[in-house]
Design a protein around this ligand. Structure first.
Ligand code: A3P
Length: 319
């Protein structure tokens, strides 16, 4: 694959080789600490390229999230909302392509073309923390949709996801050891509290810039949040559309039950870290709120709740 700028890649790789490394997750790649967050080196490289080469446009809409917090769902919903006049329930690309293929990720920038946008689609997704978004995203009028999730469920989801992706020759990590790392902030795009706080604080300061969503709220009343999302993104539903049940159709199209049963999401494949193949079905596990209860001891839950309380409550988050 041709790169944006080979000199920049060499320079960036040089910087990455000096970063602190954490190999406790025993994964395809270790995590490295860049700008205060942990990330796989190959992905960090793309994030740094994005910082340098990506130029935001005012109409761009960024879809941001910590990993395992509803990224697949929010990508499907935002895609279905902004493309609803081009496709209907029977022609939507979401029926044949996994949401990660429908909404381009910022780290696609590695390819020669610095413009990673899909023609006619304003959406771009990333797991980058707020402070590490390209400066042009922070300084322009483009909007940001952010989704996060109860860190206890996000951790359980991450643990299972990594377990499925880990090559057989690498010995798995125990739930307890992974939990310790997560609580220390050493997880993909972690510390999770800094990720949430970066977007949360800005959403309070600039409510027109960031729509801050929680997975649990959206599960409770998806219809309400689909309307909220569409208004925020500048694609409000008309009264006629509401009467015709367009909102409900989008909710159903993007629901866990429907999406996880599509052929592409049951049997399709994606390329992940270092081109390791990832089964699409790994992005659809249970899709439930509170699955942590089946995996964490009360002591573990209490430990994580304390961290959430200490790190996030002071900012008004969760009230
Ligand atoms: P679980 O592992 O708890 O089931 P991400 O998309 O950020 O990688 O997050 C994955 C989590 O979102 C997984 O959670 C997955 O099952 C859930 N998920 C995927 N698609 C969903 C959908 N359409 N609706 C609700 N949850 C969904």
């Amino acid at each position: 694959q041709e790169v944006v700028c080979p000199e920049a890649v060499d320079r960036i790789r040089g910087i990455i080789s000096t970063l602190p490394i954490e190999n406790g997750w025993r994964f395809i790649e270790p995590l490295c600490l860049y700008q205060g967050f942990w990330c796989h080196p190959s992905l960090t490289e793309r994030i740094m390229l994005g910082e340098e080469f990506f130029k935001a446009e005012p109409n761009d809409i960024f879809v941001c999230s910590p990993p395992k917090s509803g990224t697949t769902w929010i990508k499907a919903l935002t895609f279905a909302i902004v493309t609803r006049t081009c496709f209907d329930g029977s022609t939507s690309p979401l029926l044949l392509k996994m949401p990660h293929e429908c909404v381009p990720a910022l780290h696609r920038i590695f390819g020669k073309k610095p413009d990673i946008r899909e023609p006619g689609l304003p959406l771009i997704a990333t797991h980058s923390p707020y402070a590490s978004l390209p400066k042009s995203v922070l300084n322009s009028d483009c909007k940001i949709v952010y989704i996060c999730r109860d860190p206890k469920d996000a951790f359980i989801s991450l643990f299972h996801f990594k377990a499925k992706l880990r090559p057989q020759e690498i010995e798995p990590i125990s739930l307890e050891a992974a939990f310790d790392l997560y609580c220390e902030g050493k997880s993909d795009f972690g510390p999770f509290w800094d990720h949430i706080l970066g977007y949360w604080r800005t959403s309070l300061e600039r409510p027109g810039k960031i729509l801050f969503l929680k997975y649990e709220d959206m599960m409770k009343d998806t219809t309400f949040y689909v309307k909220k999302l569409s208004e925020f993104m500048g694609y409000p539903f008309s009264l006629e559309e509401e009467k015709e049940g367009v909102v409900q159709k989008i909710v159903e199209l993007c629901s866990f039950e429907f999406m996880s049963n599509l052929e592409v999401n049951k049997n399709g494949m994606l390329f992940g870290i270092r081109n390791h193949q990832v089964r699409n079905k790994n992005f659809f596990r249970k899709g439930k709120v509170g699955d942590w209860r089946n995996h964490l001891t009360p002591e573990m839950a209490e430990r994580l709740d304390k961290i959430i309380e200490q790190k996030l409550a002071a900012s008004g988050f969760g009230r």
